[in-house]
Design a protein around this ligand. Structure first.
Ligand code: GUN
Ligand code: ZN
Length: 428
């Protein structure tokens, strides 16, 4: 198998900088190297030593560019690629006006194939090597996504979105068909190559209690799958949940009651949480996923990242496209920084980079396997040009540390900052 040695600046983590001092767990080497053997990373070390010890390795010298783990997007909707940046609506109107009509088109396998390929290529162009996606109610949309990811050898998480009420006729399944279709799809895809299945009730308003119960039963039968949904994104949505599920004490209880709260559960947005919900999410080891561009774009609110991280809650970072307004995890980190500022905390670049790689991977229970620049991890790697535009370069030229050099790319960077992407040891 070919050995590759990538040279450049390197950044890797040995701990969580949200809960321990970033200086203790973020490691930068200005003359570093990453040795890849086949699909995996073997060593991250100094360029000089790795060159001496591996004369047979094929060298790619990235100069002063920064070699990091590939970005991991922990929540997005590939079927919404075509409607990203649609104007003027808040959540429920946005779903009805833009999202549902577009998602109805995914009964057509050819269209689903086209958008799946386009979305994965856009992700790679933006340095994102793993996507966690909702599909549509159509099983074909799931096949399209997993097939397109397999072609690219990408690690992805996805599932059939289930809805049996409060959605148009052509976008509704039933409790029984959601169970059967999801079961068939997870048997077909879960663990095949780099695919992971996530049982996917869209959110409580579009599922009857019977459907949530059926999907909770399916998760209990297949506890090694993930489960993804939405939680407490907008205040009118929460009021709606409370009226649909009268008698439940809060939004999370509508999932918990039906077996849809657990360690392998991913809860997108989770902005307006009550104390009991925070406690239950933490106690069960479930993950909340921060979607900062979406939370601004759809007008949802300011996620309390630092407050929740301090309680020990698991948190990932995500674009939430097409409610999110960018395919870029750099832009997503920038929005997380801005929301942090509005809540009184300036997130350090090490914390932002950790969230976009290690943190998201941990929510997917793939820590050490993806989103990680270290021995044994899959060689899913992104190389960042820290001077990708004149505006960024003039600022980076004044930097006196890696963090000062990286922060302008986090705040102002986009796909132009992505110098190269490696997926499972292959340059894309
Ligand atoms: N809540 C339920 N469905 C969706 C969706 O597609 N996007 C967002 N942002 N929130 C949702
Ligand atoms: Zn979403």
């Amino acid at each position: 198998m070919t050995k590759h040695l990538l040279l450049g600046q390197t950044l890797h983590f040995t701990g969580n900088p949200l809960t321990t001092a970033w200086k203790d767990c973020a490691h930068h080497d200005s003359a570093g190297g990453v040795l890849i053997d086949g699909e995996r990373i073997v060593v991250v070390g100094s360029a000089a030593t790795l060159k001496d010890e591996n004369p047979d390795a094929k060298i790619t010298d990235y100069g002063s560019a920064l070699i990091t783990a590939g970005f991991v997007d922990a929540h997005m909707h590939y079927p919404q690629t075509g409607i990203i940046a649609s104007w003027g609506k808040q959540l429920i109107d946005w779903l009805n006006t833009y999202t549902f009509p577009e998602e109805a088109r995914f009964s057509d396998r050819a269209y689903a194939d086209q958008i799946a390929a386009q979305t994965l290529d856009l992700a790679l162009a933006h340095g994102t090597t793993t996507l966690t996606s909702f599909c549509t109610i159509h099983p074909e949309s799931v096949d399209a996504f997993f097939s397109a990811a397999a072609t690219r050898n990408m690690a992805v998480v996805a599932g059939k979105t289930c809805m049996d009420r409060n959605a148009p006729d052509n976008l509704r399944d039933t409790a029984q068909s959601a169970y059967e279709d999801s079961k068939a799809l997870l048997q077909k895809w879960h663990g095949k190559g780099r695919a992971t299945y996530a049982i996917t009730p869209r959110f409580s308003p579009t599922s009857t209690p019977e459907q949530l119960a059926a999907l909770g039963a399916l998760w209990a039968e297949h506890p090694d799958t993930l489960m993804q949904t939405h939680l407490s994104e907008q205040l009118p949505e929460i009021d709606w949940v409370k009226s649909l599920y009268a008698g439940e004490q809060d939004y999370l209880a509508t999932y918990e009651k039906f077996g849809l709260l657990g360690e392998r559960g991913l809860y997108g947005h989770a902005i307006h949480l009550e104390q009991r919900e925070i406690d239950r999410l933490r106690e069960t080891g479930a993950a909340t996923i921060h979607c900062p561009t979406s939370n601004c774009f759809i007008g949802s609110g300011l996620f309390d990242l630092m407050g929740l991280a301090k309680t020990g809650l698991n948190i990932g970072l995500a674009t939430d496209t097409g409610g999110g307004s960018s395919f870029s995890m750099l832009r997503t980190m920038a929005a997380a920084y801005e929301i942090g500022q509005l809540r009184g905390t300036a997130l350090h670049p090490a914390q932002l980079m950790w969230l976009a790689t290690e943190g998201s991977a941990r929510t997917l229970h793939m820590q050490g396997k993806i989103g990680h620049l270290g021995p044994g991890a899959m060689a899913d790697i992104t190389v960042l040009d820290l001077g990708s535009t004149p505006a960024i370069a003039q600022r980076t030229n004044r930097a006196d540390s890696i963090w000062d050099a990286l922060f302008p790319t986090i705040m102002m960077g986009d796909d132009r900052a992505i110098k190269d992407v490696w997926v499972a040891g292959q340059k894309h």
